[in-house]
Each structure stands twice: as structure tokens, then as C-alpha cells.
Design a protein around this ligand. Structure first.
Ligand code: SF4
Length: 361
């Protein structure tokens, strides 16, 4: 049997694909690869549902001492003025989300030089006090590392305090887990080992996360597979990732402006290879915010099975000038037109509504 046929059978029977095999998948015809990934998706999710959540990203400050070259959001990157939201402003945003039936808040901001642990626990406590039903899926591994350093407290203690104040889970903002690239584009942020360390510390506290991947910053295909391998290993060890979310780097308005952005085919191949290689992660999200709604819709036929959040606000991707905006009606139409069944879910991927659009505006 030819090697390709053998690999095709391995994929359709649910076998574990090696990093070398994953690398080879990038040279497959995109439609053939997408069909193989879709077969793999069906082994885990035969019901054709595609979930989404009503959430809101609250970017509470763009003041950031990391000043990463690949970031268009931090004050100083482009024409953006520094800002810091006050607690009443943050609470007003959560109220708005809650009144619209939203269930998840993602607090995310820059690594502010003067914020202390109390700044973060204060935010969480005040939100939870007023909106106990809202899930606080917030901060990032870099923010947790930053808080630990600023407060001179061990990571485990910081996570414990944040958890006690109301933090429910943490998005696994991984960027690209390749130190060669990190040293160039985000030298003041944690490296790959630092990211894994934060993940292990979160897991030790029983917290769930997600894993992401920002590709297209000059890495090789082998390095992309290396990123996926790290994610798969951490998931084998912890089982903490509820989803994997790949998206392409947008060079516009960053210090790397001029770099050629990744293509749509690159994106679809990443989605498909992720679905096949990450056999221990149930949900692969279609990154509509960065890739656009139409490409995200195609991704649903190539391994993705979740649309992420209907964001009522987001500033980080919008800062690159390439962010897409969409409402719940757009999501429902898009999913139905892809031949799938839209379902409204919570942060834990539990279905809340099998006929979304009726009760929510
Ligand atoms: S990516 Fe995050 S850490 Fe880096 S500059 Fe932007 S806000 Fe700061």
C-alpha cells in the first residue's frame, strides 16, 4: 500500500498521526486534505452541529510594557492613544452583555506596568458580585506571568487568588510556540517553556483553557507542526484544552508591516491539519474574526466545528484594520448555509439553545 493511502486510512480510522506525517499533509491538495479532516471531525462529532457563544472581549487597557512587534493594539504601535477603562466602564460593558443574554466575558489587556494583583482581583470580584452567572474566561498566560512578576508572588498563588476572586478559565493565547520567532517578535513576553509552565499551573488548580496559534510570522512548516506537537503533548498530560483556535498574523499597522500575510489556503490547511493532528481536542474553531466570515464558513467543511464568540466588542484584531464584525443572525445564516446546525453554547461547550435566535436579540 502506498504511504499516502496508508496515511489516509489512518486518518479515517482515528489513528494518531506523527509530526512527520502532519508535515506531509501540507503538500496535499487542499480539497483532499479538507475532506480527510472532515472525515476525522465526523468520528468525533457526527451530529453536524456548530456551536457559538454570546460573549464580549473587554480590552481594559492598551498600555503594555511588552510592546511586541507583531501587535497593532498596544499604545505606541500605531496611532492608538493609551487608555485604561475604569471599573464603572467595565461594569457597564458587562451589564450590556448580560442584558443581551451573553454568558462570557474575556478581560484582556496589555501588560500594564503599574497594575498589581489587586487591580485584577478587584475587577473580577466586582463583576462576579453583580453578574454571578457570567463566566469570566479571561486574561492570558502572559498576563498571569506579568502579574506574578509585578506582585513578586509565585504563579500558583496568583492563579489561586484570581480564581478565588471569580476567574473561571483562561484563554490559552499561545501566539506561536517557536522561540526563534518569539525572540524576534515578542522578546519581552514569556517563551514557549513559560507558556507550558502557566498551563501546568492552571491545570494544577483545575482550570480549563484553550490553545491558539498565530501563524504567518516567518516560521517554517516544520515549526508550525512543532507548535501543534507542543499543544498535543500538553493536552495529553492535562486534558485542559476545550478548543484549538488557529488564526493568521495580520501585519497591518504593526512593526512587521510589509510582511506578506498568510493566504486563505494556508489557513484552511492549518485548520485541516489541526483537526487531524490534534486528536485529543474536541473543538476546532473557525477564526471568522481574522479570516473573514466566508473563509470561516469553508473551514466548517474542513475540520472546524465551532464559530467561537459573537463578540459585542473587540479591539486587538480591529486595531490591525482587518477585523470582521458579525451578529448572531449572521452566524446562524452562515452555519445553516454551510449545511450545519447552529447551536448556542456556554463556555464549557454545553449546548444552551438548539434553536438560537428565538430568545436572544
Ligand atoms: S501582544 Fe499582548 S503583550 Fe504583546 S504588545 Fe500586544 S498587548 Fe502587549
Amino acid at each position: 500500500m502506498k504511504a499516502k493511502e496508508k496515511l489516509r486510512r489512518k486518518i479515517s480510522s482515528g489513528g494518531r498521526v506523527t509530526p512527520a506525517e502532519a508535515l506531509g499533509l501540507f503538500s496535499w491538495d487542499p480539497l483532499e486534505l479538507g475532506a480527510a479532516a472532515d472525515e476525522r471531525r465526523k468520528l468525533i462529532h457526527p451530529d453536524e452541529t456548530v456551536g457559538f457563544i454570546l460573549d464580549r472581549i473587554i480590552n481594559y487597557t492598551n498600555i503594555c510594557e511588552a510592546a511586541c512587534d507583531f501587535c497593532a493594539f498596544h499604545a505606541g504601535a500605531a496611532a492608538l492613544k493609551p487608555y485604561e477603562l475604569s471599573l464603572p466602564e467595565i461594569l457597564a460593558k458587562v451589564k450590556e452583555l448580560s442584558e443581551r443574554g451573553g454568558t462570557q466575558v474575556m478581560l484582556q489587556g496589555g501588560l500594564h506596568p503599574r497594575h498589581t494583583l489587586g487591580t485584577y482581583t478587584g475587577m473580577l470580584r466586582e463583576i462576579k458580585k453583580r453578574f454571578p452567572a457570567v463566566c469570566l474566561h479571561s486574561f492570558s498566560p502572559s498576563e498571569l506571568d506579568h502579574i506574578s512578576k509585578k506582585s513578586a508572588l509565585p504563579l500558583d498563588r496568583v492563579i489561586g487568588e484570581l480564581q478565588a476572586a471569580g476567574l473561571d478559565s483562561v484563554p490559552g493565547a499561545a501566539d506561536l510556540l517557536v522561540d526563534r520567532i518569539r525572540a524576534r517578535v515578542s522578546p519581552r513576553k514569556i517563551n514557549k517553556a513559560g507558556w507550558v509552565k502557566v498551563m501546568r499551573a492552571l491545570h494544577a488548580r483545575g482550570m480549563k483553557s484553550s490553545a491558539t496559534m498565530t501563524y504567518g510570522m516567518g516560521e517554517t512548516l516544520t515549526e508550525r507542526v512543532g507548535h501543534l506537537k507542543t499543544v498535543r503533548e500538553v493536552q495529553d498530560e492535562t486534558g485542559m484544552f476545550r478548543a484549538f483556535i488557529p488564526w493568521s498574523f495580520s501585519p497591518k499597522r504593526t512593526k512587521l508591516e510589509g510582511m506578506a500575510p498568510a493566504t486563505g489556503i494556508d489557513y484552511l490547511k492549518i485548520v485541516a491539519v489541526s483537526r487531524i493532528f490534534l486528536d485529543n481536542i474536541r473543538y476546532i474553531q473557525a477564526g471568522w474574526l481574522t479570516e473573514g466570515l466566508k473563509l470561516a464558513q469553508i473551514a466548517l467543511a474542513m475540520g472546524a466545528n465551532d464559530m467561537g464568540g459573537v463578540l459585542t466588542e473587540e479591539k486587538v484584531v480591529q486595531a490591525t484594520g482587518s477585523g470582521t464584525k458579525a451578529g448572531m443572525g449572521d452566524f446562524i445564516d452562515l452555519i445553516r448555509n454551510a449545511g450545519k446546525i447552529p447551536v448556542l453554547r456556554d463556555s464549557d461547550y454545553k449546548v444552551l439553545d438548539r434553536r438560537p435566535g428565538k430568545a436572544h436579540k
